[in-house]
Ligand binder design. Structure first.
Ligand SMILES: O=C(O)CCC(=O)C(=O)O
Ligand SMILES: [Fe+2]
Length: 235
C-alpha cells in the first residue's frame, strides 16, 4: 500500500498494520536493550486499586528520558516521520517513547481508549513498534475494534469481554502499528514468558501535552497523574 492508501485505511479503521517496516538489525538491538533493562521480574508501577479495577498490568520505561539514545533511530527511520505527517498533518508533535512490559501470567490490558473521545479532533496517535514477535504461545496479542475511533466513548461493560467485531493482531518483529487513541483496544493476557511493545506517541498540532492523562476503561475513567479514578462508570 502506498501512503495515501495507508491514510485512507487508517481513517476508516482507526489503525493500520505494516509488517517489515523496520529492519531486523535495528529491532534486535532495541530488543536486547529492553530485555536487559527489565530483567526477569520488574516491579509494577501502578497501585493496587488501578491493578484490580483496570485489569491492566504494565511496567513502563521511557528510555530517551534516561539518555538511551538508541531509540532515536526509530524516529529517524526512513518513512516513519513522513507517514506520521500524512496521517496527523503538518507540525504534528512527537510526545514520548514508552516501552510497555507485561510479565508472564499477567492480565495484559483491559479495553480502553488512551484519551477521552469527547472532542473527536483531540487525540493521540500510538506508533507501536514490535521488536520481537507477538505469538499465541506468549499471548499479549493486541486486539482492536475496527472503526471504533468514530463510535464515541467505549461502551460500558465487561472490561475484558469480547466484541463481535474485534480483530486480534499478532505483530511480528519489525511491524509498525499505527493506532488512533480513540480506537477501542486491549492486550490479551500473557500466558507464556513476557511481552512488550515500544510506543512512539504523537499527536496533531495543538493537542494538549497531557492528552493521555485520562484513560477511558469500560468501568471507569482513570487519571494517571493523580492515580485516581475520576469516574466510576455505571452506564
Ligand atoms: O502494546 C500494545 O500492543 C498496545 C499498547 C497500548 O494500549 C497503547 O500503546 O496505548
Ligand atoms: Fe492504549
Amino acid at each position: 500500500m502506498n501512503t495515501s492508501e495507508l491514510k485512507t485505511a487508517f481513517q476508516r479503521d482507526g489503525f493500520i498494520v505494516i509488517e517489515d517496516f523496520f529492519d531486523g538489525t535495528l529491532m534486535d538491538r532495541l530488543d536486547g536493550l529492553i530485555r536487559n533493562y527489565y530483567g526477569e521480574n520488574p516491579d509494577f508501577w501502578h497501585n493496587d486499586e488501578f491493578l484490580s479495577k483496570a485489569q491492566t498490568e504494565v511496567v513502563p520505561w521511557f528510555p530517551q528520558r534516561e539518555c538511551v539514545h538508541d531509540f532515536d533511530a526509530v524516529e529517524k527511520y526512513p518513512g516513519f516521520a513522513d507517514l506520521t505527517e500524512a496521517i496527523l498533518g503538518a507540525e504534528w508533535v512527537a510526545q514520548y517513547c514508552m516501552v510497555m512490559f507485561s510479565k508472564q501470567g499477567t492480565a495484559g490490558q483491559a479495553w480502553h481508549q488512551d484519551c477521552p473521545p469527547d472532542d473527536p479532533t483531540q487525540h493521540n496517535l500510538n506508533r507501536l513498534v514490535y521488536t520481537s514477535d507477538i505469538t499465541d504461545e506468549i499471548g499479549g496479542q493486541t486486539v482492536v475494534v475496527p472503526g471504533s475511533h468514530k463510535r464515541g466513548v467505549l461502551s460500558f461493560g465487561d472490561p475484558v469481554g469480547e466484541f463481535e467485531d474485534q480483530v486480534v493482531l499478532r505483530p511480528k518483529k519489525g511491524t509498525l502499528v499505527l493506532l488512533h487513541g480513540h480506537t477501542w483496544h486491549r492486550v490479551l493476557p500473557i500466558t507464556g514468558s513476557y511481552r512488550f511493545s515500544t510506543n512512539y506517541r504523537s499527536a496533531p498540532k495543538g493537542t494538549p501535552d497531557d492528552i493521555t492523562d485520562v484513560c477511558v476503561y469500560r468501568n471507569m475513567r482513570y487519571r494517571f497523574s493523580t492515580s485516581s479514578v475520576i469516574e466510576e462508570r455505571t452506564a
